[in-house]
Design a protein around this ligand. Structure first.
Ligand SMILES: C[S@@+](CC[C@H](N)C(=O)[O-])C[C@H]1O[C@@H](n2cnc3c(N)ncnc32)[C@H](O)[C@@H]1O
Length: 274
C-alpha cells in the first residue's frame, strides 16, 4: 500500500483478498519510501495465514523461488509476465543472450526455455543472483547455460565492450530511474548510456528489448532515447513489438501514470551490404 487513500481502505483490501483468493497467506510489503511522502510509516509483515519457509511459484509456465519477506517489491516482478513470454518467442536460434538487471532470472529462464544456448545474467544484488541460480536448477536447465555476474550493469557493459564481446539478444530491464518528475533528465541520460552500450554489443540482425518502469518516462521518451543512440552508432532498427505491463496491472484512463511499464522490442536492420 503506497498511498493514504489505500491505507484508509487497508482492512477492506485484506478482507477482499481473503474472500477472492482463499490464500495460504497474505504478507504486507508496505515498505516503499513513497509512503513517507504520504505521511505514512513503512510497514511489512504477515497479515493472514502462514508464510512457508520455502515458497515456489509458477508464472507463465516457469517455476521460481520467491523471497516474499526480503525480496524486491513483492519478491517477484509480475508485471513482466507477458513480456517474458514475448521474448521466449525470439530466443530460438540465439547463441548468446544478455539479461541486464536480471533480478532472479525472469527473462533468463524464458530465454532458456525459448532455446537460447547461453544467457549472461547481470544484477548487482547478490541475493537475487543466488536465487537466479537456484531457479535455473529448479527448472531443470544446466548451470553451464547461464553465466552470472554480481555487478553494476554500467561497469559490466564497459568491460564487455573492451573485451569485444557480442550478443544476439539483449534485455534491458532497469529499476525506475525517475521516481519523481525532477529525475527525468538524469533518467534519460542513463538510458542513453544503456542504449548506446547495448547497441554496440549487438550482433548484426540481433534483438534488443528495452523497458522503463518509471511512470515519468513515456514510450515516446524510450523510442527517442533509443533512436538517438542508434543514429550515433550509424545503425537502424525495426520496432518489432510494443510491450506493456501485464493485463492484471490495469491502466486507468485519465491517470496516465498508472501505465508504469513500457517496453520496445527492436531488431537491428541489417543487410549484408551494410
Ligand atoms: C526491475 S528489476 C528487474 C526485474 C527482472 N528483469 C525480472 O524479470 O524479474 C531491476 C533490477 O536491477 C537491479 N539493479 C539496479 N541498479 C543496478 C545496477 N546499476 N547494476 C546492476 N543491477 C542493478 C536490481 O537489483 C533489480 O534486481
Amino acid at each position: 500500500i503506497l498511498s493514504l487513500g489505500m491505507e484508509i481502505r487497508r482492512n477492506a483490501v485484506l478482507d477482499a483478498l481473503i474472500d477472492a483468493f482463499e490464500p495460504q497467506f497474505v504478507y504486507e510489503r508496505s515498505d516503499s519510501m513513497l509512503r513517507i511522502e504520504e505521511g505514512l510509516n513503512q510497514r511489512s509483515g504477515l497479515l493472514y495465514g502462514e508464510l512457508p519457509e520455502e515458497l515456489i511459484i509458477t508464472s507463465a509456465g516457469v517455476k521460481y523461488h520467491v523471497d516474499v519477506a526480503h525480496g524486491q517489491k513483492t519478491g517477484f516482478f509480475f508485471d513482466q509476465r507477458e513480456n517474458r513470454l514475448a521474448l521466449e518467442r525470439y530466443a530460438k536460434g540465439v547463441k548468446r543472450a544478455l539479461d541486464l538487471f536480471s533480478y532472479t532470472g525472469g527473462f533468463t529462464l524464458h530465454l532458456l526455455k525459448g532455446g537460447a544456448k547461453v544467457v549472461y545474467a547481470v544484477d548487482r544484488s547478490r541475493p537475487a543472483i543466488e536465487l537466479l541460480k537456484q531457479n535455473v536448477e529448479l527448472n531443470g536447465y544446466s548451470s553451464q547455460r547461464v553465466l552470472t555476474f554480481v555487478k553494476d550493469v554500467f561497469e559490466f557493459l564497459e568491460e564487455m565492450s573492451l573485451a569485444g564481446e557480442k550478443f544476439d539478444l539483449i534485455v534491458i530491464d532497469p529499476p525506475s530511474f525517475a521516481k519523481k518528475r525532477k529525475d527525468i533528465g538524469e533518467a534519460l541520460g542513463a538510458y542513453r548510456t544503456l542504449h548506446e552500450k547495448a547497441i554496440a554489443l549487438l550482433n548484426d540482425g540481433g534483438y534488443i528489448a528495452t523497458f522503463s518502469c518509471a511512470r515519468y518516462i513515456s514510450e515516446a521518451d524510450l523510442i527517442g532515447s533509443f533512436y538517438v543512440a542508434a543514429r550515433r552508432l550509424g545503425k537502424s532498427f525495426y520496432l518489432v513489438e510494443h510491450l506493456h505491463q501485464a493485463k492484471d496491472h490495469p491502466v486507468l484512463v485519465g491517470f496516465p501514470e498508472s501505465e508504469s511499464l513500457k517496453g520496445l522490442l527492436l531488431k537491428h536492420k541489417f543487410s549484408p551490404s551494410d
